[in-house]
Write a protein that binds this ligand. Sequence first.
Ligand code: AHM
Ligand code: MG
Length: 343
Amino acid sequence: MTAVQRFMTIQRHILEGEKQHPEATGELSSLLSDLVLAAKVISLEVNKAGLVDILGFTGGSNVHGEAVKKLDVYARDMIYRAMDHGGHLCVMASEEDDGMVHIPPQFKKGKYVLIFDPLDGSSNIDVNISIGTIFSIYKRITPDDGSSGTMEDLLQPGYKLEVAGYVLYGSSTIFVYTTGDGVYGFTLDPAVGEFLLSHDGMRIPKDSKIYSINEGNYKYWAEGLKSYINYLKEEDKSTRRPYSSRYIGSMVADIHRNLIYGGIFMYPADKKNPNGKLRLMYECNPMAFIVEAAGGRASDGQRRILEIEPKSLHQKTPIFIGNEVDVKLVEKFMSEEHVKITL
Ligand code: AHM
Ligand code: MG
């Protein structure tokens, strides 16, 4: 008989985590609770996405004459509205915005910084494929004196993260978060309206046989990467090859699956995108923090993602993330070939 899962809401889990840190002020818990609320509202809206056309809401305004927002803009606004007035943040940044997202002047500024990708994989919305929200919370660097946060507070390397998480809107909605010490997943029970603990202490399996990459870009890859992918397709029972290829094209969904089944997800540099496609601050750092906390590894091919010193909010980086053995192997393939991508 399988062990019975602890019956626990995400709110209670957050509070219990806080109790283990006597110095905690409760601010982080409060921030997470606000994010949970935003996730529930976004989940509702995501589930209605296909109804927009049927109900005749397209064309810019709905029946009330209100402008209909694109879902990614809706998600961005919902998170902003849930987070702007709690008094715990000093600044935010989102993949939807060009620059810093400020806390309105009338609200208190606190000691934390929030960086988020409101709806990643948004090209999948119209075709009912899983999409996700990704978030990161840092402590501010500038003094916690009630002033607004600055770019310095935002541009921190990933190893300084306090909390990272994602919400996957899939066959069900799941909220996964870590403070660096254990990764926990909660599935939304739509009837009760609560996220309930469903994945306690997630660990990425060591013996994977899944690789996820947009193989349509093969022609543009470095030779070392081509050799690695070709190696994965060869037959060898002792190393579980050939691997299976699974690519959703939605980073949160691809990495969530690999966290559960094991596997490696890659978005490399190529001749068309010399820094890859994915954003360090919004996508790669938080996912790397989660995967490392689950026993995995994340690198840009040479160095740990979490140790990259960010230079700008929207900077991109190649990423190889997942099972430790697999990520180390792709690093080896790439370094042995001493491949530099030439444009
Ligand atoms: P987005 O931030 O515009 O939504 O793009 C990010 C998404 C990732 O979720 C996914 O891994 C990647 O783009 C897929 O890109 P591609 O279509 O080039 O394979
Ligand atoms: Mg994105």
